[in-house]
Write a protein of this length. Structure first.
Length: 249
């Protein structure tokens, strides 16, 4: 399929994990892809896989100034957007007694404030019929210990899909959410856990998934592309949960 032939798509945090997989899937279906991220090395490597027309832009997902700078840069190059995947995020966990203000601020800056103001800044660049997909999390729906700050930030992001949909529909833009369950991505290596603890944690999580396995980035990316395409044109302000049955069974 070439659902995105002639389309331009922005993927924040598109230099690794689900974001990179989604960016590659968009490119494979004909899109011109723009990715953002903080690490210049992984951005450069990701760009190579996306084709000569791709753009890779270093950007701080938690900064309002950076959100506005990105929009200004795209506008200066006369770029209009047909789809946006707000994927950049952070996942840090701590039990209630160990949560410090810095963890709260960093999590909400990157997972809520940054996405909100990025969408605000990009709104003038959206083409008629554009789609915005937010990357939520199953943690917003389940009471997983030590996830309170992360879960709250994702719940806030999911809520934005409804309110922003109401505001952006007059412009012809739709907003929806994909909320993954546990997915095998590099983010698990960034939790600050030693190898044994990480393995034990992964085994414990897997035991709670009825399908008996972690999801794959390509499975989440497939749903992102569906929500970003015209074939989902009647889906507005909603959330699709892809968690292997973790929250349902």
């Amino acid at each position: 399929m070439n659902r995105f032939e002639g389309k331009t798509v922005l993927v924040t945090g598109g230099n690794s994990g689900i974001g990179l997989t989604a960016a590659q899937a968009f490119a494979a279906e004909g899109a011109r892809v723009i990715i953002t991220g903080r690490d210049e090395g992984s951005l450069a490597a990701a760009k190579v896989t996306l084709g000569s027309s791709a753009l890779a832009i270093r950007n701080d997902a938690g900064s309002i100034a950076a959100a506005r700078e990105l929009a200004q840069q795209l506008a200066a190059e006369n770029i209009r957007l047909d789809a946006v995947f707000i994927n950049a995020g952070i996942a840090k966990f701590a039990p209630l007694p160990d949560v410090e203000e810095a963890l709260w601020d960093q999590t909400f800056d990157i997972n809520v404030k940054g996405p909100f103001f990025q969408i605000q800044a990009l709104t003038p660049l959206l083409n008629q019929g554009a789609s915005i997909v937010l990357n939520g999390s199953i943690n917003a729906h389940i009471g997983m210990p030590a996830s309170s700050v992360y879960a709250a930030s994702k719940a806030a992001l999911i809520s934005l899909a409804k309110t922003l949909s109401a505001e952006l529909l007059p412009r012809g833009a739709r907003v929806n959410v994909i909320s993954p369950g546990p997915v095998t991505t590099p983010i698990y290596g960034k939790l600050g856990l030693d190898a044994d603890t990480l393995a034990d944690t992964a085994a414990q999580i897997k035991s709670q998934i009825p399908l008996g396995r972690f999801g794959e980035s390509k499975e989440i990316a497939a749903t992102v592309l569906h929500l970003a395409s015209s074939e989902s044109g009647f889906i507005v302000g909603t959330e699709i949960i892809a968690d292997g049955g973790m929250s349902r069974l």
